[in-house]
Design a protein around this ligand. Sequence first.
Ligand code: ADP
Ligand code: MG
Length: 705
Amino acid sequence: MAQNVLKEVFATDVFSDAVMQERLPKKVYASFMEIVENGGELDITIANVIAHAMKEWAVEHGATHYSHWFQPMTGITAEKHDSFLNASSTSEAILEFSGKELIKGEPDASSFPSGGLRATFEARGYTAWDITSPAFLREDAAGVTLCIPTAFCSYTGEALDKKTPLLRSMEAINKQATHTVHLFGYTDVKKVECSVGPEQEYFLIDREKYLKRDDLIFSGRTLFGAMPPKGQELDDHYFGTIRERIASYMKELNIELWKLGILAKTQHNEAAPAQHEMAPIYSTANIATDHNQLTMETMKRVARRHGLECLLHEKPFEGVNGSGKHDNWSLVTDTGVNLLDPGKEPHNNLMFLYMLSAVIKAVKDYAPLLRLSASNVGNDHRLGANEAPPAIISVFLGEQLEDIVDQIIENGEATSSIRGEKMNTGVTTLPNFRKDATDRNRTSPFAFTGNKFEFRMVASSMSVSGANTVLNSIVADTLENMNKNIEGLEGEEFISAVKKTIQTTLKDNKNIIFNGNGYSDEWVEEAIKRELPNVKTMVDATKYYTDPTVIAMFERQNVYTEIELKSREEINYETYSKMLHIEALTMIEMASKLYIPAIIRYCTSLAKSINEIKATGIPAATTVQNDLLIKASSLLADAQNALSQLIEKTGKAEHQNEGEESAVYYRDVIREAMTALRTPIDALEMIVDKSFWPVPTYGDILFEI
Ligand code: ADP
Ligand code: MG
């Protein structure tokens, strides 16, 4: 049954390779594919033919509009819809779509963040068709729309989006990695692509309850809320049986994703109550990124059909695990070789060891940049909080590779590899299989997991484009540098230069390798001794965009210009300040209009009760009410005081300078004032009669779905 559904729906909403092959003249298809694979400029006559076929196909599927679909620096996707209608005829609807309309769009770009790249009076921005990512149909209340993945640039050619730098970084890694494998003698390789598989965590909660919480609506997370008696301590949700309502959501989500050609593969419950995960099969970085954006949008849309709300925030609830995204990353040749696959005898696999050392060195040299690529406002609540990797970047290799690295550092080469042992369960009817050579380590931010690296810091709501742009660029640059040592050599000379380079690289960068428990306090201490950076917040990380070594590296690899990096730095500071401003205002609103009035009502009811009981002439019977009233009133006074402070400090924030100074103020002053308000309100939640409490509690939200 499931297989039938899969076969029936898979990629039905995609203008896929198969559809193109069927609908395009052979020659047009061939020249188009040549450009997709090897680059080059698309001729307008070819674009016209493709546009026509695309329109016919879309219209047959009910589409009335087309849209250039792009990823501005807000991190979410944007689109502008145009109908296929041509105005030349008044009596009959003539539907048209030209090659020019397919290739280029011109949305008014002035309202998208540009970080100073574009003055508002120069509103021109262009979207340009990304031919490497297939067009697809989107069906919603607006009808069916043909969506064309595009890059978004300013009039002067600067990237205003997240796709352009990613595409540039893919070209950079392709160039350097292909050259590297050629040096190793694999001259049949024409191309190296990076493969990406992003695992997506999310929360599902009841939408009616969601709508009663302004904090969830405005900031995506709860700004108040005391822990229920039960949290996640029993670990009974992780991989637990999936509840019926959730199962029916997941079923529909899968179908919607499959229709879009997204390879939704695994799903399970996660550690926190109401938390789940979906992992797709990996694909090329660019497509994986587009698909992940579509996955997040689809998750939200499908949830609403089920009376649910999907939360993608990194820390929607205090005290239970938050959500992240594991970015699985590797390099694969067009001949099908995974360059990070160690093979059966990793110690003999020189090309693998060379690639591995390059990744280790790249991560060591650019640790703060990698940290920055995973930073957003929400992730500051999660990293280093004993549920996600610490903010310190390190590399986990596992027992087998660590042993090889030790051998190489000591002797210049490795002569053996630890092998996985036979697993024996002690039950004769269960199969005995060979264990993996290495166990997993879930506490490492950057872990080798068999034939790929898993970057586990990425924020759940964030585009994976930033993380992969950085990974591709730093590894490309490191390879380019390392290759200088082995270029132009042959035979024994080449082998010994390769071995020497691997040894030196590993020796120099050994201190980034850490196989222990990344959640422990000892590691934080140890990292200080190793002089590894511990960049604690998004604000602290942001300045690395314009670190001179970072600018130079990105410029060498043609991924970002200095101006583009400055704009991203500015946008980061601005986003941080804006998000915290919204959170502060939401807290002020909720405290003054919901919590404080409710607590006053509760105190009044206690006072009334005390008076009424006193009137009976048995004053001793009021001790409980007295105690409660004293406690509640005192916390109420604390809350009121903290509220005034937050109002005052948020007011002052408006007079701060922009950029870093403002962000630092929000990080140091506003965050503290927010905690000061939350603390007494959460304490009150624990004592106030529930019938007075104005919003659904954590218990209501997390356990009653
Ligand atoms: P876990 O949840 O234990 O980390 P999963 O197997 O659920 O592991 O997810 C691993 C992810 O890694 C999947 O999305 C998978 O497609 C992806 N992946 C597997 N091999 C590669 C590879 N060579 N390159 C990139 N991603 C990969
Ligand atoms: Mg994982």
